[in-house]
Ligand binder design. Sequence first.
Ligand code: ADP
Ligand code: ZN
Length: 700
Amino acid sequence: MDCREILRRYYGYSSFRKGQEEIIASALEKRDSLVLMPTGGGKSLCFQIPALAMPGCAIVVSPLIALMNDQVAALKANGISAEAVHSNQDETVNRDNLYRASIGDVKLLYISPERLTAEFERIRAHIPVSLVAIDEAHCISQWGHDFRPVYTSLSVIKEAMPDVPVMALTATADRLTRADIAGALGLRDPFVWVGSFDRPNLSLTVLADPGKKQRLRVIEAFVRKYRLDSGIVYCLSRKKTEDMHKSLLDMGIKSVCYHAGLSPADREAAQKAFVNGEAQVVCATIAFGMGIDKSNIRWVVHNNLPGNIESYYQEIGRAGRDGMPAETLMFYNYGDVIMRRNFVEDSGQREINGEKLDFMQRYAEASVCRRRILLSYFSEETVTDCGNCDNCRNPRKRFDGTILAQKALSAVIRINAREAMNTVIDILRASNRADIIRKGYHQIKTYGAGRDLGAREWHNYLLQMVQLGLFEVAYDDNLHLRPTPLGMKVVKGLQRVELATFEPQEPWMNKRKGSEMKDPVRQLSPEERLMEQLKRVRMELAKKENIAPYMVFADTSLDDMVRKRPLDIDAFREINGAGVLKTVKYGKSFISIIRKFETGKAGMPAGTSQKETLMLFEAGMEADQIAAIKDVSVPTVYSHLAQWAEEGKEIDFRRLVTVEELDTVCSVFSKDPDNAYEILKTRYSIPNHIIRIARLEASI
Ligand code: ADP
Ligand code: ZN
């Protein structure tokens, strides 16, 4: 079958995304490839389609069991035979799956790297391997942020099966890691595809940490704004994750908590609740998300600073995988920087991790287009600002901040650079906190010199001064602020300073009071109401089949339904993501909602069932499979197809009757047409539905 036809039939998509066709073609030519695409870019199709187009079974190496099971379930939902082998399921199931792969019953076999290594000889001997796809291929690189030693043993694949094409896929963007992958796997002259890492649908915002109360309000605002969808709050530690989770529960928000300290059962339950849509928010450490393929995550909040750009980008990348708009927000404060520095000190690779953290910090503090910073980190050229980050949306006005800087610098100098930022702010704002008085800070000349500005403003300006290089932060000495030589020039009036005006720019809050939300509960538009109903149906169908809602249909498909409003099964087939199997299995449920919405009546047009049968038959399914999918009898399937043939549709009868049956029917009819049915039934045990088709074929 041609690849476009596979795309349409199984996945219900009408065109390939950029790169997919070239990558698929290289696999079909048995060439190795290295595929670099961001999360959500469409990597899976790149190996799934060649797997379907080639004889044999494709092996897919994936490090995450949850992800494997999800992908297998999603493939099955599209009518593709896929199975998984890993240590988290019964050994008899594993044996069975391997056996079925060896006899050609499985087109895609997902396997953990441990298992592949352990069973390699057996697999090589018994399974006709068409292709090996290695997902999350960056795990093979020691330079990456996610090195897994077991991945290094995957080099055996190319050594032992040099003629089988290997496709390495990753969403990792850092160049050191990229360069490593092909070599470590022993790829030969690979076709390399580097997709754009831009995800223009993700809005980017970094907010100077407004304190816990405000942070919770911002999260609440997201939950309300996207009440039919979900979001992730990433936190730095297990404890912070639990705290956040509890606070959200207290606010009546359906949240679950996910981190490495939970038992596997608890983790699975949390993940399931989130994927099923029972929980709207998951509070998680970085351990969460790798295995999540949920497409309707509409927002991601970083409660804390991530350790590097790669992780940050991967984490925000969990939102909006369906390509529709999604919002990301990071809270930034200095406390996190210290925590992260400590992690770096304790990590095996101090230098490289330190640099990565520096870059992350620069990103957080930047006042230019954030997307350009990200893309330049991934070595992509950009010439224009993105218009979808906080710095683009609110380009900040600038003013002469020399006097402000002088005040701050002189305060720091007078206390001998022995305090961190918050205390410096307190001094400038004339706090009479006990320790300030005890240390005699109220007697210095600059005490209260910055009374006219709020603490948040000062915080923001001091951060800018650090960025501008007027201060340095003593990471090795309690984060004390120290004036730099440039700072000293400013104090002496030898250097002017320009600062960006501080504006509390978060759209969620009123400017001054900072607490009330603008847009509490608004009326739903008709489109949104329809969407809500479609989501409910999706949820019911998913529950019935015990799969995740997005496996029934992704949000993009529901969106397409709202746009196109299909009223019959043919129109439904044109919906993005509606392959043949899903059209037949789920089409009616959605169509009847849409019909009700559009016309007030829910019934289906006559002939729907016949059309479904034809679709499945034309997609290559046999009568008994069709009967099972539609939950009707085999004679009914035959009867549908006979009706089509009678209406002039070309039906491949050879798939419905054997040559012997045809011969028998013909000869009996020619001898004794009046009693033919009776004779065929009693003497030859040929049932009516076969006779009907045979007669059509023989035109008798
Ligand atoms: P990745 O593995 O790169 O993170 P996926 O393969 O999971 O991304 O694809 C992300 C989403 O995009 C999935 O919902 C997938 O079905 C969809 N998708 C992939 N290719 C296409 C295409 N050609 N047309 C429409 N949707 C696509
Ligand atoms: Zn921008």
